[in-house]
Design a binder for this molecule. Structure first.
Ligand code: GLN
Length: 305
């Protein structure tokens, strides 16, 4: 397996030069566009890796499936779905409106920013500090890594360059779709995006989702299997934003991208995959990362279709 991964990495490296590291959060612009790493964890517990797979980066939007899980665990499916729908938006992650329809709960999606901001408000806790700590604890548990923390520089950078997310949150508030203090919920969202991970962490989170809520090896259950089905379905239809359709055709697995260059892949019943390649395509998805997943999917017959 390692040989295959090394070969695919060599094939995909040139693509990194065609992408661009995210610029709109100044701290992210420091990412090395030529980094490329992959880590895979099978439901049987087998690990395989290659390249820059232990280089730390911020989780960014890959936290959205974890946020969704925490919201579902705290409130149940019905309550969450009544506040944030599940229809694909076909729009970029920071789109002002989820679809060309009225701004309403049913038109929000948990994998884009507006939906994710509402999900922060759904996490249980007496304060936003407590809500964030609970989200962080779930992230650590799923990743099997107690060392996971927040990248304070990225957090400050996100917060001071977060006008678009602020606009989205205030719009939600004005439509009555967001309860509580806007700045507090935004702070929780910015912190969530700034959680520092590596490819192994993402592979572990993906493995729990592929293993229907159980951690591989220990077989400990972290969440019920119907929630894995829920999250994976939403990942499949909206995890790569307005690139989700093409990704379904080219790769064919539930996945989530983040603007720092991470991708978490879920191959149901088989494996979780973590990828890092910070140069992005025009839709904000890792360019070399998708190339790598496409080749891997072809070699190992990963597509669920
Ligand atoms: N923190 C980023 C933002 O909200 C996350 C977006 C992403 O990863 N696509 O702008």
């Amino acid at each position: 397996m390692e040989e295959l991964l090394e070969r695919l990495l060599a094939e995909c490296r040139p693509y990194a030069e065609q992408g661009q590291v995210a610029q709109y959060i100044p701290e992210l612009a420091k990412g090395d566009p030529l980094s490329l790493g992959i880590y895979m964890i099978g439901c049987d517990g087998k690990h395989s890796w290659a390249g820059d797979c232990r280089k730390p980066f911020t989780i960014q939007s890959v936290v959205k499936p974890v946020l969704l899980l925490q919201a579902l665990l705290d409130n149940g499916v019905e309550a969450v779905q009544s506040r944030v729908g599940v229809e694909a938006t076909g729009k970029p992650f920071d789109a002002i409106n989820a679809v060309d329809q009225p701004l309403s709960s049913g038109n929000l999606n948990p994998m884009v920013n507006m939906g994710a901001i509402v999900m922060c408000s759904l996490i249980h806790g007496d304060s936003y500090g407590e809500r964030f700590e609970r989200l962080l604890a779930l992230t650590r548990r799923l990743a099997g890594n107690e060392e996971i923390g927040v990248d304070e520089d990225v957090y400050r950078s996100e917060k001071s360059h977060g006008s678009k997310n602020r606009a989205l949150a205030y719009l939600l508030k004005s439509y009555g779709l967001l309860e509580g203090g806007v700045e507090e919920v935004l702070d929780c969202y910015f912190r969530a995006c700034s959680i520092r991970v590596d490819c192994r962490d993402l592979a572990n989170i993906g493995a729990a989702l592929s293993n229907r809520g159980r951690l591989p090896v220990s077989n400990q259950r972290v969440f019920p299997s119907h929630l894995a089905r829920y999250v994976n379905a939403v990942l499949m239809t909206c995890g790569m934003y307005n690139g989700s359709g093409e990704f379904a055709v080219r790769v064919g697995i539930p996945a989530k991208s983040g603007v720092a260059g991470g991708i978490m892949g879920v191959v149901p019943t088989r494996m979780g995959i973590g990828i890092y390649a910070p140069a992005l395509d025009g839709k904000g998805n890792s360019l070399a990362g998708i190339q790598l997943l496409e080749r891997l999917s072809r070699e190992l017959y990963l597509s669920i279709f």
